[in-house]
Design a binder for this molecule. Structure first.
Ligand code: ADE
Length: 238
């Protein structure tokens, strides 16, 4: 997948591209991330990229010309790739959207700053307006990284074990069961005996019970959307 990011702060992406699973995905040529500096495209003699809002009001608005020219300069590897504008006004991002977006060969991310961008950019090039949650950040760079991280890990070959993706919490509809590793005793708290029993059927049942319980307590919204199988109903009744 080719990913293009249009931003005023390209340096924010440097560590992101050079670290952990994203780096491995780039090295394995599963993802190809191109960061473009919107300011490089400003035709203003001071390389300005923002201006006062028509009609008055606080803050500055990103001007359309540098964004539009930057967008036009992107190498398109598919026709009409999604162009995502990160904004608190957007639809809230979730795992289902990530799965949908992971099918495209190219995605373009447009990171906003200040009080937003000129509406004509949204009308002309933006295909999706997306928010990562009901809180306001200083810009769209962190949200773009959140989305890139989430979408990338769904691509074939990105994670060592493809099960770790399939059994994800959320995409299964439930939160994850608790996990333990060595040592057996940590700060006086021991690993539940069942996990040492070697009885895989019982372990699976225990994990399902823990996942159901945690989801019901912490995320009743997910729990009541989840359709329980007959076996899961039995597990809860026991
Ligand atoms: N820009 C500022 N806040 C944001 C948010 N919550 N999601 C996406 N983009 C943003």
């Amino acid at each position: 997948m080719r990913i293009d990011v249009l931003t005023l702060f390209p340096e924010l992406f440097e560590t992101f591209k050079r670290t952990s699973i994203i780096k491995r995905g780039i090295d394995r040529k599963i993802i190809d991330i191109h960061i473009k500096n919107i300011r490089d495209y400003s035709l203003d003699k001071h390389k300005k990229t923002d201006d006062y809002p028509y009609g008055g009001g606080p803050g500055m608005i990103m001007t359309p010309q540098p964004i539009y020219d930057c967008y036009q300069d992107i190498e398109k590897v598919s026709s009409n790739p999604p162009c995502i504008y990160l904004t608190p006004q957007g639809n809230i991002f979730n795992q289902e959207m990530a799965m949908e977006l992971s099918k495209y060969p190219q995605i373009i991310f447009l990171c906003g700053h200040y009080e937003g961008i000129d509406e004509r950019i949204i009308q002309n090039i933006v295909t999706h307006e997306i928010s990562i949650g009901d809180y306001v950040l200083t810009g769209g760079e962190l949200p773009a990284m959140v989305m890139i991280d989430c979408i990338s890990r769904l691509l074939p070959g990105m994670l060592g074990n493809s099960n770790s993706c399939r059994e994800d919490s959320i995409s299964s509809g439930l939160l994850e069961f608790p996990q333990y590793t060595r040592p057996y005793d940590f700060l006086g708290k021991k690993v539940p005996d069942i996990l040492l029993s070697g009885d895989h059927k019982k372990i699976e049942k225990w994990r399902k019970f823990q996942a159901l319980l945690k989801t019901k307590k912490r995320r009743p919204d997910l729990f009541y959307k989840y359709s329980l199988s007959e076996e899961e109903k039995k597990i809860l009744e026991e």
